[in-house]
Design a protein around this ligand. Structure first.
Ligand code: PGA
Length: 259
């Protein structure tokens, strides 16, 4: 099962995950990271910055989870730009080594397969950062997504459009379609790190970690993966039935095990 780590706040989660990523980079300067957008991973990227000062990160590789389809590539909220602004530039990564699915309409029919090939050619993702949507999605795999899915076009749910409207002038400007790594793609990463903060995520977290494994809660796919760390604050953990056991497990974790 997933290891659930309940931390006091998002900053503590960021520090914990950033420590792990920094040691991966130290061990392998060409490590392949799975990057995520949205508000949730920001504390990780912030905490990484001081940890990577003076470290040669020029060969680190990365693959983002998803992109909007048909969005103007210059739009500040295209995930390509979000990743550039929030990850590549602050951390000093090499832009050509950091990839986002291609949401351009002209090539969309084969963009999913192209992305799968690029991930495979890089040797797969070592550590995949994940947020979770209030509807239980990971990446943009909305409810009903196949656990075997690969990178492909999906239609955003109304709820996701509402959740993401804060990044646009109005909900009507949120694109209807996205291209996202599939649940099958995500499950191939060697270590999944799912983060969630706040009461609004409590139900999705409980469904993903403890609910039945069902395509209706795409995040529950993590239960099929042998190495998952779920890092949540108290509010996001508030609906977990076995929260006390998770705390006990973390407090008694052998120091040599790491995240
Ligand atoms: P958020 O989005 O981090 O902005 O809450 C999470 C997600 O939709 O996966």
């Amino acid at each position: 099962m997933a290891e659930v780590i309940i931390v006091p706040d998002a900053a503590a989660a960021g520090a914990l995950v950033a420590d792990e990523i920094a040691s991966l980079i130290a061990a392998d300067p060409e490590v392949v990271l799975g990057l995520a957008t949205g508000s949730t991973p920001l504390p990780v990227y912030e905490a990484l910055r001081p940890r990577l000062e003076g470290v040669d990160v020029s060969r680190v590789r990365g693959f983002a989870l998803d992109e909007y389809v048909g969005i103007d590539p210059q739009h500040p909220e295209s995930y390509r730009n979000v990743i550039r602004r929030e990850v590549v530039e602050p951390l000093g990564l090499t832009p050509e080594r950091i990839h986002t699915p291609n949401g351009a309409l002209e090539t969309i029919e084969h963009a999913g397969d192209d992305y799968e090939r690029a991930i495979a050619a890089a040797g797969g993702v070592e550590l995949q950062i994940l947020g979770i949507g209030t509807d239980g999605h990971i990446g943009f795999n909305e409810p009903g997504s196949s656990f075997a899915s690969s990178t492909r076009v999906k239609t955003l749910t109304e709820q996701t459009k509402r959740d993401n409207a804060r990044f646009f002038d109005s909900i009507d400007q949120v694109p209807t379609h996205c291209i996202t790594q599939g649940l099958g793609t995500i499950l191939h990463a060697r270590h999944l790190v799912l983060l969630a903060f706040g009461e609004g995520k409590a139900q999705a977290v409980a469904g993903a970690v403890e609910g039945p494994v069902t395509a209706s809660v795409p995040g529950s796919a993590i239960q099929l993966h042998p190495r998952v760390s779920v890092v949540v604050d108290e509010a996001a953990a508030s609906r977990l039935r076995f929260a006390d056991y998770y705390r006990y497990t973390w407090e008694n974790k052998p120091a040599w095990q790491g995240l």
